[in-house]
Design a protein around this ligand. Structure first.
Ligand code: ATP
Ligand code: MG
Length: 212
């Protein structure tokens, strides 16, 4: 099978992530898209971080529940050590030798990839599908794809998806200010954020802030 891997922190998952998955599925004839939330780094195994991971995972579940080809992959979430893409991709290839993996990412990740641990080892494990995001234009993308291809034998394709200026950071900030996050995340995720009082500082929570 051809599997798209959509890795990220997903704090929370939003429609930018989902659309990348949808367009990758459609344009590259993939069989499934696996949403792969990263786990907690070893120095952050606090109760708070454990809860945050549980919420991140639950929100992915809610976001993808009606889409049969969207799956949740807990490979990194289950680990107590740091998640590294090269390691995860190597392991996924070993566990599922019959699969061909496509790693889906946004422009910021494509431009940061040389800072990822043992990044050279990622390239043989998957074809990268890279989508534009915010400040990087088509020419920037073309040049970066060309550069990585030449320099490291990377296999990278441009993933064409609607350009959305949405990030989890924006959503967390909106929720922290008591603003609605509907339309940026699936309704079930917005409901969850509201119900669980996510992203609100402790003082605000105890004041009953946004408790409606
Ligand atoms: P944060 O603001 O917390 O960094 P994020 O929105 O960037 O959150 P991540 O979980 O960090 O989300 O991203 C996972 C992957 O999804 C990354 O490869 C990122 O580039 C990509 N991505 C996220 N949002 C978009 C978007 N709006 N358009 C294109 N790619 C995106
Ligand atoms: Mg990010």
């Amino acid at each position: 099978m051809k599997i798209g891997i959509m890795g990220g922190t997903f704090d929370p998952i939003h429609i930018g992530h989902l659309l990348l998955g949808e367009f990758a599925y459609e344009d590259f004839g993939l069989d499934e898209i696996w949403f792969l939330p990263n786990g907690n780094p070893p120095h952050k195994q606090t109760k708070e971080m454990e809860d945050a991971l549980m919420h991140r995972v639950e929100m992915i579940r809610l976001a993808i529940k009606d889409v049969p080809y969207f799956k949740l992959c807990l490979h990194e979430a289950k680990e107590t050590s740091h998640s590294y893409t090269y390691k995860t991709m190597r392991e996924l290839n070993a566990i599922y030798p019959e699969n061909e993996f496509y790693f889906i990412l946004g422009a910021d990740s494509l431009f940061a990839i040389e800072h990822w641990k043992y990044f050279r080892e990622i390239f043989p494990t998957c074809i990268i599908l890279a989508a534009m995001r915010d400040d990087k234009d088509a020419e920037d993308m073309r040049m970066q794809i060309h550069y990585l291809t030449q320099e490291y034998d990377a296999r990278i394709e441009l993933l064409r998806a609607p350009l959305l200026e949405i990030s989890s950071t924006t959503i967390r900030k909106r929720a922290a200010r008591g603003l609605r996050v509907y339309y940026m995340v699936p309704d079930a995720v917005a409901d969850y954020i509201k119900k669980q009082h996510l992203y609100i500082t402790k003082e605000k929570k105890s004041n009953g802030f946004r408790d409606n």
